[in-house]
Design a protein around this ligand. Structure first.
Ligand code: PXP
Length: 260
């Protein structure tokens, strides 16, 4: 299982002061030395963490492949084409959201996505679509010509936290109050089964399969055991742990959990 490390949160920390420290480029070097197989950054329209200049410096110097997440917004797609990362992952983006909340609407936004894919492919950029783990979304992604799908694991991660986390987990524990442990177990099992099913189906159609969102040191092991998934993209939990352990240890600990 390959590990892609999302370093957006290094940029979040820098932007808290709007200075030049910590530098995401330095995080790239440490991640690459500590077992990361790929580095992910998200160039958001509001540039809330990663800036164009970060993306340029990271893409032009990275010793490992760079996966650039972006919205299907013409001005952003143009920048991505000029930057030429190894891979572009198209994601839905809303300005007010705290993080990417759901998968791309690959059916409703078919034509916009197709235009973006055609443009990116002219620049030899590999395409991944961040989707909910459904058969319809996988079929649409395959028809659109994506090489990869990245399955959104947020529902699984939220249910896992409700079921097992000893820490209060924002609004999720409040929602959980209305559920019995049995109901929660069933929901979690279903969410996990949906990911297994989606990964197997995508692989059977010849797509490469990644997964991510909300994965952490507690909930990652069952996902690692799905052998049709070849890469996990993990950000928040690694950067959060790095505050206490340092980034090198946080990455190598996660990499160890990714060994099958
Ligand atoms: N994959 C995609 C497409 C994402 O948008 C994100 C969040 O930026 C991640 C993976 C990583 O999620 P997390 O930060 O919750 O690990």
């Amino acid at each position: 299982m390959n590990l892609g490390v999302n370093i957006d949160h290094i940029g979040v920390l820098r932007e808290a002061r709007k200075i030049n420290d910590p530098d995401p480029l330095m995080a790239l070097a440490i991640c690459a030395q500590s077992g990361a197989d790929q580095i992910t950054i998200h160039l958001r329209e509001d540039r809330r963490h990663i800036h164009d200049d970060d993306a340029y410096r990271i893409i032009t110097t990275s010793p490992i492949p760079v996966n650039l997440e972006c919205a299907i917004e013409p001005s952003i797609i143009e920048i991505v084409c000029a930057l030429r990362p190894h891979r572009a992952t198209l994601v839905p983006e809303k300005r007010q959201e705290v993080t990417t909340e759901g998968g791309l609407d690959v059916i409703g936004h078919h034509n916009f996505i197709l235009d973006a894919i055609k443009q990116l492919k002219q620049h030899e950029i590999e395409i991944s679509l961040f989707i909910d783990p459904t058969r319809e979304a996988i079929e649409a992604s395959e028809r659109l010509g994506a090489e990869w799908v990245e399955l959104h694991t947020g529902t699984y991660a939220n249910l896992y936290a409700m079921r097992y986390s000893a820490l209060p987990h924002s609004h999720h524990s409040i929602e959980a109050l209305n559920l019995s442990r049995n109901e929660l177990d069933n929901l979690l099992e279903n969410a996990y089964g949906t990911i297994v099913d989606a990964a197997n189906y995508a692989r059977s159609l010849g797509l490469k399969v990644a997964a991510g969102h909300g994965l952490n040191y507690q909930n990652v092991t069952p996902i690692v055991s799905i052998d049709t998934i070849e890469e996990l993209n993990i950000g928040q939990s690694i950067v959060a742990r790095s505050v206490f352990t340092g980034l090198a240890t946080a990455v190598s600990d996660m990499k160890a959990l990714c060994q099958r």
